[in-house]
Write a new protein. Structure first.
Length: 158
């Protein structure tokens, strides 16, 4: 079984649901260039998980209205780990961002999503919001997270 193809299928499925729901079009789904991917890896200081790299290659610079208003796409994802550490510090919370965390989404400066089980190719996704008690496991994999968000909001399974 080719894992890379499976990740491509996950991303393609998510894109198709978003297109069908008119959240985006083929023309508004914008992938990262190899140079942009290298920039993201430099910013995070480590290689990207395979599923996240596949996501960025296909739709890392935007997908119409998908996640509009949230730092979720390149170049806004650069610096999110530092922003998350700052938020945790400002909140005076005990949770410390795990050393291997990769923050891939921040909304309005008060909540963020991150992957932590690195170097897994499809790591678990955790959520933190200001005033919360700590990190909440959202999904056991990024692929499950992405499909869940897309299908729960715009599609049907099957």
């Amino acid at each position: 079984m080719n894992t890379f193809l499976n990740y491509q299928e996950v991303i393609s499925s998510a894109c198709q649901v978003l297109i069908t729901a008119k959240v985006c079009t083929n023309d508004t789904i914008l992938g990262c260039t190899p140079e942009q991917l290298a920039d993201v890896e430099r910013d995070f200081g480590r290689p990207l998980p395979a599923i996240y790299r596949a996501f960025l290659e296909r739709m890392g610079c935007g997908a119409g209205r998908f996640y509009r208003g949230t730092h979720y796409f390149y170049p806004e994802i650069r610096g999110l780990n530092s922003a998350a550490v700052d938020l945790l510090r400002e909140c005076g919370n005990k949770p410390i961002l795990p050393a291997n965390a990769l923050v891939f989404s921040m909304h309005q400066g008060y909540q963020f999503l991150f992957m932590s089980d690195l170097p897994r190719d499809d790591p678990a996704v955790y959520h933190y919001h200001e005033g919360g008690d700590g990190f909440e496991l959202c999904h056991h994999s990024f692929s499950n997270y992405l499909l869940s968000v897309v299908y729960d909001n715009w599609g049907t399974v099957g």
